[in-house]
Design a protein around this ligand. Structure first.
Ligand SMILES: *Cc1c(COP(=O)(O)O)cnc(C)c1O
Length: 400
């Protein structure tokens, strides 16, 4: 049997209704959405139009504000690089946060090489920023603030409305990476004062390799230099033949969220809290990372004292698909930059797991997951204690 999937921040399975909506666009409705002269093109275009309205409808935007991309990574690159290039003459300063997704941070790093200045705002031990830091980082050269809605590792939700207000008052564009939040939080680009917003289909039970960028067209109008040049698709923002089945899938995924979000958010939060309570009752030496109320419904990020993180993942691996707080690709596990930013000590960071509860997670699975984690931690702590006792008895100095 495959392990129980609790890694919904990494990706989600495609909803059956999304799959069904996409299917005809691979076969009978295979046309190029830009082919204006025949029905193959127009039926593909109709599918794209409907999807555009669905994505826009989920975030309080107009359909014309939505640019389809290959995913959030591309949307983020288009937003940040697009603004930086187009408004080069206005300024070269960007404000972001230390705990952003790699796509944002690496985009900013690459712009630094090209002469931009970037301020990376720190977070407190709960993973929260002080919005006053955004205000005080502003200079006459600031052109963009880019801050995520919700963090993909520790689940914390930033005060996007307050940030939007500051950015607007200073005439600075505000981009928000909402990849993790869009599936569970109510998001309205008007109410939040967001000018650019990135999202991805595969984080919300849609297909991989498709996403969208919201680009405000008025009050104020945002202009972007394109990353991809060619046939001028997507109002010239993103050339390339549209991924019609993927786009239709993203649209359907957005419709489902719009109709089920409020209820689903409660259900997922209840399961997450069940797991948290089970762990608290079954173990001591636990630390839950990230602000415990300002957070995503499905996220639990927890560190266990006194165990080896790699051993924990090995123990859990057969039963639970969760993600580690440290990258295990190297011989010496490197704790995540996000756990570092919230000052989780090295020993704890390497013994941290991220649990992501999702749409198809059941109460049974959560109960079993709790039991597995508790059993694994007990076992490793016992083994650790034995090793220590052995070292103590042998009396020798075994170095570090
Ligand atoms: C997954 C994710 C991305 C990247 O999205 P892709 O569609 O996989 O490129 C960006 N930001 C956050 C917060 C994410 O969770």
């Amino acid at each position: 049997m495959k392990p129980i999937y609790l890694d919904h921040h990494a990706t989600t399975p495609v909803d059956a209704a999304v799959f069904d909506a996409m299917a005809p666009y691979f076969s009978e409705k295979f046309g190029n959405a830009s082919s204006r002269s025949h029905v193959y093109g127009s039926e593909a275009e109709a599918g794209v139009d409907e999807a555009r309205a669905s994505v826009a409808g989920l975030i309080g935007a107009a359909p014309q504000d939505i640019i389809f991309t290959s995913g959030a990574t591309e949307s983020i690159n288009l937003a940040i690089q697009g603004v930086a290039a187009f408004y080069r003459n206005r300024g070269n300063h960007i404000i972001t946060v230390q705990t952003e997704h790699r796509a944002v941070l690496d985009c900013c790093k690459s712009l630094e090489q090209k002469g931009c200045n970037v301020t990376y705002i720190p977070v407190d031990k709960d993973g929260m920023i002080d919005v006053n830091d955004v205000e005080s980082a502003m200079t006459g050269k600031t052109i963009l603030v880019t801050i995520m809605y919700a963090n993909h590792e520790i689940g914390v939700i930033h005060d996007i409305k307050a940030i939007g207000k500051i950015a607007r008052s200073r005439n600075v564009f505000f981009h928000c990476d909402a990849s993790q939040a869009i599936g569970s939080e109510e998001i309205d680009v008007e109410k939040l004062g967001v000018d650019l917003l990135s999202l991805s289909a595969h984080k919300i039970y849609g297909p991989k390799g498709v996403g969208a960028l919201y680009v405000r067209r008025k009050n104020p109008r945002v202009r972007l230099a394109p990353l991809l040049h060619g046939g001028g698709h997507e109002r010239g923002h993103r050339s390339g033949t549209l991924n019609v089945p993927g786009i239709v899938g993203l649209g359907k995924a957005c419709d489902i969220i719009k109709n089920s979000r409020a209820k689903e958010q409660k259900r997922v939060a209840r399961l997450r809290d069940m797991l948290k309570t089970a762990l608290e009752n079954g173990l001591d030496g636990l630390a839950f990372n990230g602000h415990q109320t300002q957070r995503l419904a499905g996220n639990l990020n927890v560190s266990f004292s006194g165990i080896d993180g790699r051993a924990l993942l090995t123990q859990l691996g057969d039963h639970l698909a969760v993600s580690a707080g440290a990258s295990c690709s190297s011989a010496i596990p490197e704790p995540s930059y996000i756990l570092k930013a919230i000052s989780v000590p090295y020993e704890l960071a390497q013994a941290t797991i991220r649990v992501g509860v999702g749409r198809y997670t059941t109460e049974d699975e959560i109960r079993i997951a709790g039991e597995y984690i508790i059993k694994a931690v007990h076992k490793l702590r016992k083994a650790g204690a034995k090793t220590k006792a052995r070292l103590a008895c042998s009396g020798g100095n075994h170095g570090q």
